[in-house]
Design a protein around this ligand. Structure first.
Ligand SMILES: Nc1ncnc2c1ncn2[C@@H]1O[C@H](COP(=O)(O)OP(=O)(O)OP(=O)(O)O)[C@@H](O)[C@H]1O
Ligand SMILES: [Mg+2]
Length: 243
């Protein structure tokens, strides 16, 4: 039984086809990295997995359960998401951002939620920032709060949508270190990222998505050293030129 199975998914917006016949599966503890040009459907694909966006046809299964048969709250608890723009609540402290879901979705008592939040802040290297508001934190610190918030819900799968692309270069490393640690600890992660160092060190599989189709998918060494398709080669070449 795969942890996540995506079968023949299609999605359009109006007459624009965004995902075409996308199929792949992930096993527990896999780290899947998705790369592809802007507009290729990467964010849409992630959003379909936790039903922020509905698919037009095909099916998505989490532990063999079709995601539409799950309660939306239950699905979002089991599938955590880390966003490019952090998406923290500005009026809540770092701790408050984490306890919110613990209190409202998991219905934990306050003391337990606070203890858990502090534990996860510690895990992402922010033990002393629990009382800080997002505006008082750097982008890298805010993103680590975002990761702690997602982790605290004890998800089966974590989705990352370009988690470092809004960060200044010197802050990217702290976030990637946390992501690498999670991968090593066996967290199952589906990551849209163009951080090829992370892909090489942490990914079990890299998927190249272009114009809503999977062009090629394989272990990082295969995609990077020996891609089957010219299009993959050209795209990865452009990426490495940027870094
Ligand atoms: N809510 C929406 N309504 C209409 N069109 C949308 C919507 N969301 C995405 N699209 C379109 O779907 C296509 C794929 O968008 P998506 O955001 O999934 O691409 P992406 O690969 O994540 O791109 P980027 O690298 O720029 O983040 C784009 O052409 C986009 O304009
Ligand atoms: Mg995107």
């Amino acid at each position: 039984m795969s942890l996540l199975r995506i079968e023949n998914v299609d999605k359009s917006y109006g007459d624009e086809d965004v995902l075409h016949d996308v199929s792949f599966a992930m096993e527990t503890q896999d780290v899947e990295v998705i790369v592809g040009p802007s507009g290729s459907g990467k964010s849409t694909l992630l959003r379909c997995v936790n039903r922020l966006t509905e698919i037009d046809s095909g099916a998505i299964y989490l532990n063999d359960e079709e995601i539409h048969s799950l309660d939306e709250n239950e699905l979002r608890r089991r599938v955590g998401m880390v966003f490019q723009d952090f998406s923290l609540f500005a009026h809540l402290t770092a701790r408050g951002n984490i306890t919110l879901g613990l209190r409202e979705v998991l219905e934990l008592p306050k003391e337990e939620a606070v203890a858990k939040a502090d534990d996860y802040l510690d895990r992402v290297g922010l033990a002393d920032q629990g009382d800080s508001y997002p505006a008082e934190l750097s982008g890298g610190q805010q993103q680590r709060v975002g990761i702690a918030r997602a982790l605290a819900m004890d998800p089966d799968l974590l989705l990352f949508d370009e988690p470092t692309s809004a960060l200044d270069p010197e802050l990217i490393g702290d976030v990637l270190r946390v992501m690498n640690d999670l991968a090593e600890e066996g967290m199952t992660m589906l990551c849209v990222t163009h951080e090829m160092g992370f892909a090489r060190s942490a990914a079990s599989t890299v998927t190249f998505l272009d114009e809503g189709r999977i062009v090629e998918r394989g272990p990082p060494e295969q995609l990077f050293e020996n891609p089957e398709h010219d299009r993959t080669n050209a795209f990865l070449g452009e990426l490495s030129g940027l870094h």
